[in-house]
Design a protein around this ligand. Structure first.
Ligand SMILES: Nc1ncnc2c1ncn2[C@@H]1O[C@H](COP(=O)(O)OP(=O)(O)OP(=O)(O)O)[C@@H](O)[C@H]1O
Ligand SMILES: [Mg+2]
Length: 318
Protein backbone atom coordinates (compact mmCIF):
# COMPACT_ATOMS: atom_id res chain seq x y z
CA UNK A 1 0.00 0.00 0.00
CA UNK A 2 1.50 3.37 -0.99
CA UNK A 3 1.45 6.48 1.18
CA UNK A 4 -1.08 9.16 0.32
CA UNK A 5 -0.08 11.62 3.01
CA UNK A 6 3.37 12.13 4.51
CA UNK A 7 3.93 14.36 7.50
CA UNK A 8 7.54 15.23 8.31
CA UNK A 9 8.67 16.93 11.51
CA UNK A 10 5.45 18.94 11.46
CA UNK A 11 5.51 21.81 13.95
CA UNK A 12 3.07 24.66 14.51
CA UNK A 13 3.26 27.36 17.16
CA UNK A 14 0.63 30.02 17.73
CA UNK A 15 2.41 32.13 20.26
CA UNK A 16 5.49 32.04 22.48
CA UNK A 17 5.46 28.87 24.52
CA UNK A 18 5.29 25.21 23.63
CA UNK A 19 4.08 24.45 20.08
CA UNK A 20 0.54 23.08 19.57
CA UNK A 21 2.03 20.47 17.23
CA UNK A 22 5.62 19.53 17.90
CA UNK A 23 7.82 17.66 15.41
CA UNK A 24 5.22 15.08 14.43
CA UNK A 25 6.04 12.63 11.63
CA UNK A 26 3.82 9.91 10.17
CA UNK A 27 2.48 8.60 6.89
CA UNK A 28 -1.06 7.68 5.98
CA UNK A 29 -1.40 4.78 3.57
CA UNK A 30 -3.74 4.83 0.64
CA UNK A 31 -6.97 3.06 1.56
CA UNK A 32 -6.64 3.04 5.34
CA UNK A 33 -8.68 4.57 8.14
CA UNK A 34 -6.23 6.50 10.28
CA UNK A 35 -7.30 8.00 13.62
CA UNK A 36 -5.82 10.87 15.59
CA UNK A 37 -6.46 10.49 19.29
CA UNK A 38 -5.50 12.84 22.07
CA UNK A 39 -6.87 14.85 25.00
CA UNK A 40 -8.39 18.33 24.65
CA UNK A 41 -5.76 20.74 23.41
CA UNK A 42 -3.51 17.92 22.17
CA UNK A 43 -3.24 19.43 18.69
CA UNK A 44 -5.69 17.22 16.75
CA UNK A 45 -7.58 20.08 15.13
CA UNK A 46 -4.34 21.94 14.47
CA UNK A 47 -2.94 18.82 12.77
CA UNK A 48 -6.10 18.45 10.68
CA UNK A 49 -5.95 22.12 9.62
CA UNK A 50 -2.29 21.65 8.70
CA UNK A 51 -3.07 18.47 6.75
CA UNK A 52 -5.75 20.21 4.75
CA UNK A 53 -3.65 23.31 4.06
CA UNK A 54 -5.93 25.68 6.00
CA UNK A 55 -2.92 26.81 8.01
CA UNK A 56 0.78 26.49 7.33
CA UNK A 57 3.44 24.82 9.48
CA UNK A 58 5.92 26.83 11.49
CA UNK A 59 8.39 24.18 10.34
CA UNK A 60 8.26 20.75 8.76
CA UNK A 61 5.86 19.82 5.98
CA UNK A 62 2.81 17.89 4.87
CA UNK A 63 2.63 16.24 1.45
CA UNK A 64 -0.60 15.00 -0.06
CA UNK A 65 -0.20 12.99 -3.26
CA UNK A 66 3.39 14.18 -3.12
CA UNK A 67 2.38 17.85 -3.21
CA UNK A 68 3.54 20.10 -0.36
CA UNK A 69 0.47 21.81 1.13
CA UNK A 70 2.20 25.21 1.06
CA UNK A 71 2.74 25.03 -2.71
CA UNK A 72 0.26 27.69 -3.83
CA UNK A 73 0.65 26.70 -7.48
CA UNK A 74 -0.99 23.32 -6.76
CA UNK A 75 -3.65 24.35 -4.30
CA UNK A 76 -6.45 23.13 -6.59
CA UNK A 77 -5.03 19.61 -6.84
CA UNK A 78 -4.94 19.41 -3.06
CA UNK A 79 -8.45 20.81 -2.67
CA UNK A 80 -9.78 18.29 -5.16
CA UNK A 81 -7.97 15.41 -3.49
CA UNK A 82 -9.37 16.07 -0.01
CA UNK A 83 -12.80 16.35 1.54
CA UNK A 84 -12.64 18.23 4.82
CA UNK A 85 -14.99 18.22 7.77
CA UNK A 86 -13.77 21.06 10.00
CA UNK A 87 -14.24 21.14 13.78
CA UNK A 88 -17.24 23.48 13.35
CA UNK A 89 -19.48 22.76 10.35
CA UNK A 90 -19.10 26.30 8.88
CA UNK A 91 -22.20 26.18 6.67
CA UNK A 92 -24.04 29.24 5.35
CA UNK A 93 -26.85 29.33 7.89
CA UNK A 94 -29.17 31.50 5.79
CA UNK A 95 -28.96 29.07 2.87
CA UNK A 96 -30.59 25.66 2.64
CA UNK A 97 -28.62 22.41 2.65
CA UNK A 98 -29.11 22.15 -1.12
CA UNK A 99 -27.93 25.73 -1.69
CA UNK A 100 -24.85 25.10 0.47
CA UNK A 101 -24.05 21.97 -1.49
CA UNK A 102 -24.61 23.68 -4.87
CA UNK A 103 -22.29 26.50 -3.86
CA UNK A 104 -19.64 24.07 -2.76
CA UNK A 105 -20.08 21.77 -5.76
CA UNK A 106 -19.60 24.69 -8.15
CA UNK A 107 -16.38 25.59 -6.33
CA UNK A 108 -15.21 22.10 -7.26
CA UNK A 109 -16.38 22.60 -10.85
CA UNK A 110 -18.95 19.82 -10.58
CA UNK A 111 -21.80 19.93 -13.12
CA UNK A 112 -25.33 20.76 -11.89
CA UNK A 113 -26.38 17.20 -12.76
CA UNK A 114 -23.55 15.70 -10.72
CA UNK A 115 -24.25 18.00 -7.77
CA UNK A 116 -27.95 17.10 -7.80
CA UNK A 117 -27.30 13.39 -8.12
CA UNK A 118 -24.60 13.23 -5.41
CA UNK A 119 -26.54 15.53 -3.05
CA UNK A 120 -29.66 13.40 -3.42
CA UNK A 121 -27.79 10.18 -2.78
CA UNK A 122 -25.83 11.51 0.22
CA UNK A 123 -28.60 13.56 1.86
CA UNK A 124 -30.87 10.52 1.60
CA UNK A 125 -28.17 8.28 3.12
CA UNK A 126 -27.88 10.71 6.02
CA UNK A 127 -31.64 10.97 6.37
CA UNK A 128 -31.98 14.70 5.68
CA UNK A 129 -33.24 14.65 2.10
CA UNK A 130 -36.69 15.68 3.35
CA UNK A 131 -35.25 18.87 4.93
CA UNK A 132 -32.98 19.78 2.01
CA UNK A 133 -34.72 23.06 1.20
CA UNK A 134 -34.98 24.36 4.77
CA UNK A 135 -32.53 27.00 5.93
CA UNK A 136 -29.56 25.51 7.78
CA UNK A 137 -30.24 27.94 10.66
CA UNK A 138 -33.35 25.86 11.42
CA UNK A 139 -31.41 22.56 11.68
CA UNK A 140 -30.39 20.77 14.86
CA UNK A 141 -26.69 20.45 15.71
CA UNK A 142 -26.56 16.84 14.49
CA UNK A 143 -28.28 17.76 11.23
CA UNK A 144 -25.71 20.49 10.56
CA UNK A 145 -22.98 17.97 11.23
CA UNK A 146 -24.54 15.60 8.72
CA UNK A 147 -24.75 18.30 6.03
CA UNK A 148 -21.11 19.18 6.67
CA UNK A 149 -20.16 15.51 6.25
CA UNK A 150 -22.15 15.38 3.00
CA UNK A 151 -20.32 18.50 1.83
CA UNK A 152 -16.96 16.79 2.52
CA UNK A 153 -18.05 13.79 0.43
CA UNK A 154 -19.74 15.69 -2.40
CA UNK A 155 -16.85 15.75 -4.87
CA UNK A 156 -15.95 12.12 -4.07
CA UNK A 157 -12.47 12.99 -2.83
CA UNK A 158 -9.58 10.58 -2.68
CA UNK A 159 -8.91 11.45 0.96
CA UNK A 160 -11.39 12.37 3.68
CA UNK A 161 -10.06 14.45 6.57
CA UNK A 162 -12.69 14.61 9.28
CA UNK A 163 -12.42 16.43 12.60
CA UNK A 164 -14.58 14.50 15.10
CA UNK A 165 -17.09 13.34 12.50
CA UNK A 166 -19.29 11.50 14.99
CA UNK A 167 -19.62 14.32 17.49
CA UNK A 168 -23.21 15.44 17.93
CA UNK A 169 -24.64 12.42 16.13
CA UNK A 170 -27.17 10.11 17.76
CA UNK A 171 -26.17 6.41 18.05
CA UNK A 172 -28.01 5.44 14.88
CA UNK A 173 -26.49 8.26 12.83
CA UNK A 174 -23.06 7.55 14.35
CA UNK A 175 -23.33 3.92 13.30
CA UNK A 176 -24.40 4.74 9.76
CA UNK A 177 -21.57 7.28 9.50
CA UNK A 178 -19.07 4.66 10.70
CA UNK A 179 -20.45 2.20 8.14
CA UNK A 180 -20.16 4.92 5.53
CA UNK A 181 -16.49 5.47 6.35
CA UNK A 182 -15.79 1.73 6.19
CA UNK A 183 -17.50 1.73 2.80
CA UNK A 184 -15.25 4.59 1.67
CA UNK A 185 -12.25 2.45 2.60
CA UNK A 186 -13.70 -0.47 0.65
CA UNK A 187 -13.82 1.84 -2.35
CA UNK A 188 -10.11 2.56 -1.90
CA UNK A 189 -10.57 5.98 -0.30
CA UNK A 190 -8.31 7.12 2.52
CA UNK A 191 -9.90 8.38 5.74
CA UNK A 192 -8.22 10.46 8.45
CA UNK A 193 -10.36 11.17 11.51
CA UNK A 194 -9.83 12.76 14.86
CA UNK A 195 -12.00 11.44 17.62
CA UNK A 196 -12.50 11.34 21.36
CA UNK A 197 -14.46 8.15 21.12
CA UNK A 198 -12.01 5.40 21.86
CA UNK A 199 -14.45 2.61 21.03
CA UNK A 200 -15.01 4.16 17.62
CA UNK A 201 -11.28 4.47 17.02
CA UNK A 202 -10.85 0.85 18.07
CA UNK A 203 -13.61 -0.47 15.83
CA UNK A 204 -12.90 1.75 12.85
CA UNK A 205 -9.19 2.38 12.55
CA UNK A 206 -6.51 0.46 10.78
CA UNK A 207 -3.98 2.56 12.68
CA UNK A 208 -4.15 5.04 15.52
CA UNK A 209 -1.81 7.94 16.27
CA UNK A 210 -1.97 9.08 19.88
CA UNK A 211 -0.80 12.68 20.11
CA UNK A 212 -0.24 15.21 22.82
CA UNK A 213 1.58 17.93 20.86
CA UNK A 214 4.11 15.19 20.14
CA UNK A 215 3.42 11.80 18.65
CA UNK A 216 3.15 9.42 21.61
CA UNK A 217 2.44 6.22 19.72
CA UNK A 218 1.38 5.02 16.29
CA UNK A 219 0.23 1.49 15.58
CA UNK A 220 -2.77 -0.74 14.98
CA UNK A 221 -5.18 -0.81 17.92
CA UNK A 222 -4.30 -4.44 18.73
CA UNK A 223 -0.53 -3.84 18.52
CA UNK A 224 -0.87 -0.83 20.81
CA UNK A 225 -2.68 -2.97 23.33
CA UNK A 226 -0.23 -5.86 23.30
CA UNK A 227 2.81 -3.56 23.26
CA UNK A 228 1.73 -1.70 26.35
CA UNK A 229 0.12 -4.41 28.37
CA UNK A 230 0.95 -7.99 29.20
CA UNK A 231 -1.58 -10.69 28.46
CA UNK A 232 -3.95 -11.27 31.37
CA UNK A 233 -6.15 -14.24 31.95
CA UNK A 234 -8.95 -14.82 34.42
CA UNK A 235 -9.26 -18.35 35.82
CA UNK A 236 -12.56 -18.64 37.65
CA UNK A 237 -12.97 -21.54 40.03
CA UNK A 238 -15.65 -23.05 42.20
CA UNK A 239 -13.50 -23.96 45.18
CA UNK A 240 -10.55 -21.57 45.04
CA UNK A 241 -8.83 -19.75 47.90
CA UNK A 242 -5.82 -17.41 48.25
CA UNK A 243 -3.59 -20.44 48.78
CA UNK A 244 -3.94 -21.22 45.07
CA UNK A 245 -1.41 -18.43 44.48
CA UNK A 246 1.37 -20.58 45.98
CA UNK A 247 0.64 -23.31 43.43
CA UNK A 248 0.93 -21.10 40.35
CA UNK A 249 3.57 -18.53 41.29
CA UNK A 250 6.45 -20.92 40.77
CA UNK A 251 5.26 -22.06 37.32
CA UNK A 252 7.26 -20.89 34.29
CA UNK A 253 5.96 -17.82 32.46
CA UNK A 254 3.85 -16.41 35.29
CA UNK A 255 4.73 -12.73 35.58
CA UNK A 256 2.12 -11.88 38.17
CA UNK A 257 -0.69 -13.65 39.97
CA UNK A 258 -3.43 -12.25 42.18
CA UNK A 259 -6.52 -13.66 43.88
CA UNK A 260 -9.72 -11.75 43.16
CA UNK A 261 -12.44 -14.05 44.51
CA UNK A 262 -13.64 -16.27 42.96
CA UNK A 263 -10.94 -15.89 40.29
CA UNK A 264 -7.24 -16.14 39.87
CA UNK A 265 -5.88 -13.34 37.68
CA UNK A 266 -2.65 -14.21 35.88
CA UNK A 267 -0.27 -12.15 33.81
CA UNK A 268 1.64 -14.36 31.43
CA UNK A 269 4.46 -13.84 28.99
CA UNK A 270 3.00 -16.20 26.37
CA UNK A 271 -0.43 -17.48 27.38
CA UNK A 272 -0.90 -19.91 24.48
CA UNK A 273 2.16 -21.95 25.44
CA UNK A 274 2.06 -21.47 29.21
CA UNK A 275 -1.61 -21.84 30.09
CA UNK A 276 -1.95 -25.62 29.49
CA UNK A 277 0.59 -26.32 32.25
CA UNK A 278 -1.13 -23.84 34.59
CA UNK A 279 -4.51 -25.43 33.97
CA UNK A 280 -3.34 -29.00 34.51
CA UNK A 281 -1.50 -28.00 37.70
CA UNK A 282 -4.68 -26.48 39.07
CA UNK A 283 -6.81 -29.46 38.06
CA UNK A 284 -4.29 -31.91 39.60
CA UNK A 285 -4.52 -29.89 42.82
CA UNK A 286 -8.26 -30.58 42.92
CA UNK A 287 -9.46 -27.16 41.82
CA UNK A 288 -12.69 -27.11 39.83
CA UNK A 289 -12.29 -24.59 36.99
CA UNK A 290 -15.43 -22.89 35.72
CA UNK A 291 -13.83 -20.95 32.88
CA UNK A 292 -10.53 -19.50 31.64
CA UNK A 293 -10.93 -16.18 29.83
CA UNK A 294 -8.43 -13.78 28.28
CA UNK A 295 -8.95 -10.28 29.72
CA UNK A 296 -8.98 -7.74 26.91
CA UNK A 297 -7.46 -4.35 27.43
CA UNK A 298 -9.43 -1.61 25.77
CA UNK A 299 -7.98 1.14 23.65
CA UNK A 300 -9.07 3.38 26.48
CA UNK A 301 -6.55 1.66 28.79
CA UNK A 302 -3.84 2.23 26.18
CA UNK A 303 -4.79 5.84 25.62
CA UNK A 304 -4.98 6.70 29.31
CA UNK A 305 -1.63 5.04 29.96
CA UNK A 306 0.10 6.85 27.10
CA UNK A 307 -1.34 10.25 27.97
CA UNK A 308 -0.65 9.73 31.64
CA UNK A 309 2.97 8.69 31.01
CA UNK A 310 3.47 11.72 28.75
CA UNK A 311 1.97 14.01 31.37
CA UNK A 312 4.32 12.52 33.94
CA UNK A 313 7.32 13.17 31.68
CA UNK A 314 6.37 16.73 30.72
CA UNK A 315 4.86 18.07 33.94
CA UNK A 316 1.70 20.19 33.79
CA UNK A 317 -0.15 20.78 30.51
CA UNK A 318 -3.23 19.67 28.60
N1 LIG B 1 -5.85 29.91 16.38
C1 LIG B 1 -5.21 29.64 17.51
N2 LIG B 1 -4.60 30.62 18.21
C2 LIG B 1 -3.93 30.37 19.37
N3 LIG B 1 -3.81 29.12 19.89
C3 LIG B 1 -4.41 28.11 19.25
C4 LIG B 1 -5.13 28.31 18.04
N4 LIG B 1 -5.61 27.10 17.62
C5 LIG B 1 -5.19 26.20 18.53
N5 LIG B 1 -4.47 26.79 19.50
C6 LIG B 1 -3.83 26.11 20.66
O1 LIG B 1 -3.22 24.92 20.18
C7 LIG B 1 -3.40 23.87 21.12
C8 LIG B 1 -4.03 22.68 20.39
O2 LIG B 1 -5.36 23.00 20.05
P1 LIG B 1 -6.25 22.07 19.12
O3 LIG B 1 -7.52 22.79 18.82
O4 LIG B 1 -5.44 21.62 17.98
O5 LIG B 1 -6.51 20.83 20.10
P2 LIG B 1 -7.47 19.57 19.93
O6 LIG B 1 -6.62 18.38 20.16
O7 LIG B 1 -8.22 19.65 18.66
O8 LIG B 1 -8.45 19.73 21.17
P3 LIG B 1 -10.02 19.37 21.33
O9 LIG B 1 -10.06 17.92 21.70
O10 LIG B 1 -10.46 20.23 22.48
O11 LIG B 1 -10.73 19.67 20.06
C9 LIG B 1 -4.22 24.42 22.25
O12 LIG B 1 -3.33 24.78 23.29
C10 LIG B 1 -4.87 25.67 21.68
O13 LIG B 1 -5.06 26.66 22.64
MG1 LIG C 1 -10.21 19.75 18.18
Amino acid sequence: MSDLVTVSELTRSFRPGPPAVDHISFSVRRGEIFSLLGPNGAGKTTTIRLLSGLIYPTSGEVRILGIVTTDSSQVEEIHNAIGLLPEVPGLYESLSAMQNLRFYGRMHSLSEATINERARELLAAFDIWGRRDDRVATYSKGMKQKVAIVRALLHDPECLILDEPLSGLDPEAAKSTRDFLVDQRRRGRTVIVSTHNLDDADRLSDRVAVIRSRLLALDTPSQLKSRLFRARVEVRMQNGSPSVLDRVRSLPGILHASWEPPSLILELAEPESELPEVISTLVRAGLRLQYVTPMEHSLEDVYLKLVDDARGRAGAGP
